[in-house]
Design a protein around this ligand. Structure first.
Ligand code: CMX
Length: 135
């Protein structure tokens, strides 16, 4: 069972240009940025209670976020749920025949373990499961 919404990922063309809205207009605490090499994105986190908003800016033309921006423009990209044991959850989902993008955990921001389910398996919403690292 998911323990909470870890974060909502929002695709942006420029993190630098997007910070003001979340920090100054909405008044959220800005936690800083990080490059996640494996996902070809730069991310920025803002705290909302026990969850976060994650802004995603592509770092390469073949980043999944670059493709998303090209097709849809900026907007909500994915919803991430925190789970206690990601590896066990993935084994279970695979056995249930759920279409996964990642069958094994990968490394996300803050050394989190992350895995994506395919949007076709989740009603058109790209869904991430994550297990906390350093937070
Ligand atoms: N939300 C919902 N649907 C999405 C989507 C998204 N974010 N991204 C793609 N899709 C849909 C497309 O609209 C398309 O649907 P149709 O076939 O109906 O047109 C379908 O998925 C295939 O999309 P595509 O544009 O052809 O792109 P790809 O198949 O090459 O890649 C996906 C799609 C989801 C497999 C790829 O983006 C992926 O592997 N994502 C997971 C990794 C990721 O997004 N990393 C960035 C964030 C990392 C982080 O948060 O740290």
């Amino acid at each position: 069972m998911p323990q909470k919404i870890s974060h909502i990922g929002i695709a942006v063309k420029s993190i630098e240009e997007s910070i003001a809205f979340y920090q100054d207009v909405l008044g959220m605490e800005f936690e800083g940025t990080e490059v996640v090499e494996e996902q070809k994105v730069k991310v920025a986190f803002f705290v909302v209670g026990e969850s976060r908003i994650e802004l995603l800016e592509p770092t390469a033309d073949d980043s999944p976020v670059a493709k998303f921006l090209e097709k849809n423009g900026p907007g909500v990209h994915h919803v991430a749920y925190e789970v206690a044991d990601l590896q066990a959850r993935l084994v279970q989902l695979k056995a249930e025949g759920v279409k996964l993008i990642d069958e094994a955990p990968r490394t996300g921001a803050h050394k989190t373990k992350i895995a994506f389910m395919h949007p076709k398996a989740s009603g058109g919403v790209l869904t991430e499961l994550c297990q906390p690292g350093e937070h």
